[in-house]
Design a protein around this ligand. Structure first.
Ligand code: TYM
Length: 327
């Protein structure tokens, strides 16, 4: 039997460069390995754990799938679909809730962040978020999860649940490990924290044209462009990190030499960086247009993916229920 891979994105906006470099590049690398079976989803059930719009959610979920396909995921080789079409995920999450304490969930940094962001929307669904994520992964017995470093606390919960289920009920769940990319932490353009779809001014979308990328980079904070030591945090540090991720370590080293020498001209750096980002995104945008033009084909991919996913997920769910004495 092949080892499995699972990963997913919430349907709360278009994919940005952080999602792409931190996660989707990992999906693309793993898709090439014939020893692995990969499942990639738009997690619409996770999307309803924070305030959302039921009218636009179906399209938002499909936009994630289009971004995946445009980035190069091949539905002939990997399963691509929507989480809510595979009801085994939610059922397994409920079963997992019997082996996890409320206190463990309340103390997660990711839960505390969301409580701060949405103080009037602290729901049971939000508390259960990590359980559903553990179910997403473990329903496929996936051992490898390509995600950014921000998801590590959730993966730790999934590992704890796997261990508990193995101990208590004799399951054989793997303890899922993160598959890291070079872009495991893509910083914010705004100078502090990570690139995030909930922070305006922090991100570049995969669908941005050159003018928009230039405009977004123009807003990134800079300094005088000269100094003895290279900044390790803030706007300049983040710009240099982008240069490294997109243009390579050598280009970064040249800019660092200018910073410590004659001075760095940020206008030139930003222009060159914008062009390099756009060169990476242009073929993705081109492929996106072909999928946008064929909603029937998209629906077919989603439904076929759901059928394949259910075939695997139903076996695990049945095994868990039997071992837990249910049914
Ligand atoms: P989400 O939707 O916030 O992000 C999708 C993926 O993008 C990565 N990512 C980043 N990587 C590097 N730098 C950044 N600035 C950055 N911002 C986002 C995330 O790490 C993620 O890999 N809980 C998950 C969705 C999920 C999931 C799962 C993931 C639900 N079930 C099961 C893996 C397995 C989330 O909110 O990702």
């Amino acid at each position: 039997m092949k080892s499995r891979v699972f990963s997913a994105t919430r349907a709360s906006g278009r994919l940005h460069l952080g999602n792409y470099l931190g996660a989707v590049k990992g999906y693309l690398a793993l898709q090439e390995r014939s020893d692995l079976e990969c499942v990639f989803m738009a997690v619409d059930l996770h999307t309803i754990t924070t305030p959302y719009d039921a009218k636009t959610l179906p399209q938002a979920s499909r936009e994630i799938i289009i971004d995946y396909l445009a980035a190069g995921l091949d539905p002939e080789r990997v399963v691509v679909t929507l989480q809510s079409l595979v009801s085994e995920h939610s059922e397994l999450a409920f079963l997992f809730s019997s082996v996890v304490s409320i206190a463990r969930m309340q103390h997660l940094p990711t839960f505390k962040d969301k409580v701060k962001q949405h103080p009037n929307h602290v729901t049971m669904a939000l508390l259960n978020y990590p359980l559903l994520m553990a179910a997403d992964i473990l329903v496929y017995k996936a051992g490898l999860v390509p995600v950014g470093i921000d998801q590590e606390p959730h993966l730790e919960v999934a590992r704890e649940i796997a261990r508990k289920m193995n101990e208590l009920y004799g399951m054989d769940f793997p303890e899922p490990q993160r598959f890291a990319t070079r872009g495991e932490y893509v910083p914010s353009l705004a100078g502090a924290g990570k690139m995030s779809k909930s922070v305006e001014g922090s991100y570049i979308n995969l669908t941005d044209d050159l003018a928009t990328i230039k405009k977004r980079l123009a807003g990134a904070p800079t300094d005088s462009g000269r100094g003895e030591t290279i900044p390790t945090q803030g706007g300049v540090a983040n710009l240099l990190k982008f240069v490294e991720l997109i243009q390579g370590a050598d280009r970064r080293a040249e800019y660092e030499a200018s910073y410590q020498g004659a001075g760095l001209r940020y206008g030139d750096l930003k222009n060159e960086l914008a062009a390099a980002i756009f060169a990476e995104l242009a073929p993705i945008q081109e492929r996106r247009r072909t999928f946008e033009a064929d909603p029937k084909k998209l629906e077919e991919i989603i439904q076929t993916g759901a059928t394949k996913a259910r075939a695997i997920a139903s076996i695990t769910l049945k095994e868990v229920k039997t071992k837990m004495g249910l049914g």
